[in-house]
Design a protein around this ligand. Sequence first.
Ligand code: XMP
Length: 511
Amino acid sequence: MQHDKVLILDFGSQYTQLIARRVRELNIYSEIHPFNKILTNIDDYKAVILSGSPFSVRGDEALHPDLTNIRGKKPLLGVCYGAQYLAHFSGGNVAPSNTREYGRAKLSYVKEGETFLEGISEGSQVWMSHSDTIKELPTNGELLASTHDVQNAAYKINGETTFAIQFHPEVYHSTDGKQLLENFLINIAEVNPDWTPDSFVEETVEALKAKIGNDKVVLGLSGGVDSTVAAVLLNKAIGKNLYCVFVNNGLLRKNEFENVLNQYEGMGLNVKGVDASARFLEALAGESDPEKKRKAIGRAFIEVFDDEAHLIEDVKWLAQGTIYPDVIESVSATGGPSATIKSHHNVGGLPDFMKLKVVEPLKALFKDEVRRVGASLGIDAELLGRHPFPGPGLAIRILGDITAEKVRILQEVDHIFISGLKEWDLYDKVWQAGAMLLPVNSVGVMGDERTYEKCVALRAVESTDGMTADWVNLPYEFLQKTSNDIINKVKGVNRVVYDISSKPPATIEWE
Ligand code: XMP
């Protein structure tokens, strides 16, 4: 089945991915492409949105898309830079604004009777983020809305289905942003909103069956959401021909290997659990440099996985849980040709399993969509709601070198912290949480005895994508109880601290 598609031309705005997500929340499939990549298949798209940009249309480096095949031919919406671009190069005037317009504003004028603005009234809050402003509308432009500071906050071009807005409908603070996108896409561009998690599952399963046929596929499960959803989708398509490998690197959370393996088996997956803890610990012995630890773990994983892949006779495919943000081509900050071009590996030097054909069933989805697809596949809500956990696991939360004893201590501490978050109903309010074992001993007193033991740091952050994050204001009572539990129950720890650093400048992990 073919779905209507929306094209989002990216000019490098920090909000471009948000536009795509908002559109998809309307059950409409959208794709992001760099502004300068001339698409030959423009007819495949039902409507086009021009994103914002860090650039100025007045600058020498202004980004010039070729809109010949779009303008006047397809419903078109310009957002921020997009709106300024449509004005500046078509008879309007864009100039620096007297005040930097950043943050909340309220619509002070809304033209009545416009489909584009249906359900949006004066006083509606919008989010502005720009330093240029549209002083004069382009040829055939007609004003649709203003705010106190911005006269030309929204306009249309008569004779075309072209609309433009200075504010950002994709940002949560634009209260009616979703309504506006719906007006444009569904009521004006007549895009059919039929792209749902159920339809995605149904079509992907059919496509996987056709693509893979009777071939065998190997997939590395991590216990995380992406690899799990990818496995369940493939399992639905090809059943036992999917060979899942779940490696215990000895750096997982307490009991995680056993618990998750049981869960996978319960889901009917053809999964093999491989306990390679000793091999990983050996590879890490004596190493305290964070990047070298990561590399040692990466190498050990490849070796273990390659060994396992060789045990599967005649395997043809490698499945991966790659998601959309990993593959979007981004516009470079210098305005040059698009960045993020995947490096090509030297195929000769790759382990054998990497020479397999690759299948990535989730590569069109954002993280929140992976979760919705997972729910539609009937995957347990607890598994889908798990916090992100780094591939190198506890190795990058034990500062300095790794020993089995340090792993044991940190597993106990982490277990108390995470179970506590669940008991206190805080787990789902936190984006990621964990404990760090610090390479310092400090003096304490227990009973009548002086102790000289380890210090652990607890970290809980809120974030949307891990790129920026802030520490969570956990209740003091919870921190007090958790600290007490840790010091009383985990031998070798006599001090607990709570990390109150935001990212940036700190990172989420300590290594
Ligand atoms: P940082 O520490 O860079 O972490 O603020 C951002 C997010 O990335 C995770 N992270 C990793 N994930 N391998 C992974 O698979 C790694 O080496 C790694 N380092 C950090 C981190 O847990 C957080 O979610």
